[in-house]
Design a protein around this ligand. Sequence first.
Ligand code: COA
Length: 164
Amino acid sequence: MIETERLTLRRFTEADRDTVARWNADPDFTRHLSGAQTRAQSDAIFDRWAQHWDDRGLGILAVEWNESGALIGRVGPQFHRYWPRDPEVGWAFDPAWWGRGLATEAGAAAVAWGFGELGYARLVSITTEANTASRNVMAKLGFQLHERIPSEWGELWVHALDRE
Ligand SMILES: CC(C)(COP(=O)(O)OP(=O)(O)OC[C@H]1O[C@@H](n2cnc3c(N)ncnc32)[C@H](O)[C@@H]1OP(=O)(O)O)[C@@H](O)C(=O)NCCC(=O)NCCS
């Protein structure tokens, strides 16, 4: 469990499955991800997050709004299929919560966890050129463009941040 000024980061539990499925069915939320997902596809993603935690001892975290305890997004280092070398820090929030600096706040906490307790020397963050919002979060956290790699979703922009 990680606490920031406005947010709590914790592991997902079974009770979160419906919220995650709602996000994954939302075209705004998934525009720069893999597109809207069916319930079965969302459940498979949810199961993979849990498996990743079991296999690697780190993974995606649920983000709660401290004031109400509402589940509003996700963040975390997880190993990316296209970049197995370093953990990838990603973020995604319920569209109702965009534009309040929350991805930056949660992302900073995830980076601190990756370099601190988890002890990694380099973290990456991966997106497409079109995802300006996500690239802005990366820039605010100090990530710099490192490599562009081909993928099934087109070119992926791999940004890297090294521990000071
Ligand atoms: C990417 C995402 C997590 C950003 O969340 P957020 O909480 O709105 O981000 P922040 O408020 O911390 O914004 C960080 C910076 O990006 C800018 N920004 C946010 N949304 C933007 C947009 N749509 N276009 C351009 N810039 C944007 C903000 O202005 C801010 O910079 P500033 O503080 O200098 O103004 C959110 O848009 C999202 O969940 N998108 C869908 C999922 C996704 O694509 N995740 C990333 C996958 S790689």
